[in-house]
Design a protein around this ligand. Structure first.
Ligand code: FES
Length: 177
């Protein structure tokens, strides 16, 4: 496969139980006296945990004396915030015009089938997240997808499935399996 340089399933709160909210304390302390800093606090929290679990949102609400509904409302309003964990491999599948015309939908169908998820979801093993995105800027290689910053072009459903298998194997090898 050629490289040109380069939301989740029902797993959220199963993972959230292991989250150490105390890691937020220095951030909460830093912004305690800064009015209107909720978005910044949420951004920094997301940097720490990769996403905003309900446990984290509860803790932020409690520690900042803010209603949970408000914290939750801000977290769900802005698309930059993720309320579910993302996989180790974030697949961004281009659905721009060139990719669409050249078969991005059939690549998407193959990926969904191979991964057992729908677009926007994360596999239960937290290995893959599949997101559709707009033009990635590599239209001459369409259809294209990017995985953790690396771009794969001239995709076919078969190539996309192979890549997933390669990444799974790579992960297994890294685990020493
Ligand atoms: S339309 Fe897919 S990379 Fe441009």
């Amino acid at each position: 496969m050629q490289c040109c340089g380069g939301k989740g399933k029902k797993v959220e709160d199963a993972n959230a139980s292991g989250i150490d909210v105390k890691k937020l304390d220095h951030i909460l302390e830093k912004y305690r006296s800064v009015p209107g800093s909720l978005i910044t606090v949420l951004q920094e929290a997301q940097e720490i945990y990769g996403y905003l679990s309900m446990k984290v949102l509860h803790y932020i609400a409690e520690q900042t004396n803010t209603k949970l509904a408000k914290v939750y409302g801000v977290a769900t309003f802005y698309t930059q915030f993720r309320l579910k964990p993302i996989g180790k491999y974030l697949i961004m599948l281009c659905q721009g015009t060139a990719c669409h015309v050249n078969g991005a939908k059939s690549v998407e169908a193959a990926l969904c089938d191979e991964l057992g998820i729908r677009e926007g979801e994360t596999t239960e093993d937290l290995l893959f997240t599949l997101n559709n995105v707009a033009c990635l800027g590599c239209c001459s290689l369409s259809p294209v997808m990017m995985v953790n910053g690396e771009t794969y072009g001239n995709l076919t459903p078969t190539k996309a499935r192979e890549l997933i298998k390669e990444l799974r194997n790579k992960h297994m090898e890294s685990k020493g399996a």
